[in-house]
Design a binder for this molecule. Structure first.
Ligand SMILES: C[S@@+](CC[C@H](N)C(=O)[O-])C[C@H]1O[C@@H](n2cnc3c(N)ncnc32)[C@H](O)[C@@H]1O
Length: 287
């Protein structure tokens, strides 16, 4: 006779299986995927450990486990990711917003709040991906107008879907193109960017969730990781209003080198740490 699987059995089985395959967040992933398959909240599983799900739920769970065994990230399997308390759509094959990027949003919003009362802040999110940074800024600075740019034209579908879900259609606008090219002639109060910054040679050594499932265009920052950062610093002043800020994310150990790069028309203001204490955001200001 076939074994009757309870929720607890399923969690133990999947967590053990993921652990054997080197997945660090094995138990958490098992819980998130089982909750998804059964249409429950994760915490509800704890109240139902002894229950046995119906066959359709089991089939859905098996399929989600199969994808996770292939080291597909949970965010891609679910098609969504939480960032700065917003639920963003994040389909397979896209860059997944990270919690360490939230400090970039907070630093930008804190500065926009110092603008004169009544002024509508203007923000440019370069390297927008799914739109995480720019849309979170728009949510936290409720009158700001945000232009989001990505060189990958297919990013537009995801950004537009996130704009729609977050009700930001009147204040946020996606444009496809290389860095500043889609905003020629415009100026902004703040430019925010989470550019690709991983040194090219390090990408192959990253965990497969990143190296296989996220786009190389979102990761590869050239030989020392700072190719796009150099371009940002070289051009940003022309696109900033007087007193405007450029805030961008860097990788671990890159903040001081990035802060020392040539930045015509800009002055270095600060480096800020992320939730893990790593210097993550570099901030420049136009005089
Ligand atoms: C690290 S991801 C960041 C995505 C998003 N801002 C976030 O934090 O979740 C970098 C993004 O930069 C885009 N990108 C790479 N080179 C670019 C360029 N020259 N101009 C505009 N976007 C670029 C990639 O397509 C990718 O979406």
């Amino acid at each position: 006779m076939d074994k009757v699987w309870t929720i607890l059995d399923l969690l133990k089985w999947a967590a053990e299986d993921f652990k054997k395959r080197g997945i660090e967040t094995a138990r958490l992933d098992a819980e998130v995927l089982l909750a998804e398959a059964l249409g429950l909240k994760r915490m509800d599983l704890y109240l139902r450990f002894e229950q046995s799900p119906a066959a359709e739920g089991l089939d859905r769970f098996r399929e989600l486990v199969r994808r996770r065994r292939g080291r597909e990230p949970v965010a891609h399997i679910l098609g969504r990711r939480e960032f700065h308390s917003l639920e963003l759509c994040c389909p397979a094959g896209r860059f997944i917003p990270r919690p360490e990027t939230e400090v970039l949003v907070d630093e930008a919003v804190a500065r926009l709040k110092t603008l004169p009362a009544g002024r509508v802040p203007t923000v440019l999110d370069l390297c927008a991906g799914a739109g995480a940074v720019g849309l979170a800024v728009a949510k936290s600075a409720p009158t700001a107008r945000v232009v989001l740019v990505d060189v990958d034209p297919t990013a537009g579908e995801v950004v537009d879907e996130n704009i729609r879900r977050l009700g930001l259609a009147d204040r946020a606008d996606f444009r496809a193109g290389d860095l500043f090219s889609p905003v020629a002639g415009a100026t902004f109060d703040a430019i925010v960017a989470n550019p690709p910054y991983i040194p090219s040679a390090e990408i192959g050594g990253l965990m497969p969730e990143v190296s296989v499932h996220e786009p190389r265009l979102a990761l590869d920052g050239g030989p020392d990781g700072l190719d796009v950062v150099r371009r940002l610093l070289g051009e940003a002043a022309q696109f900033l209003a007087p007193g405007g800020w450029l805030l961008f994310e860097v990788g671990e150990g890159q903040a001081e080198s990035a802060a020392a790069l040539p930045a015509p028309g800009l002055t270095h203001e600060a480096n800020r740490a992320d939730i893990r204490g790593c210097l993550r955001v570099v901030i420049f200001r136009r005089a």
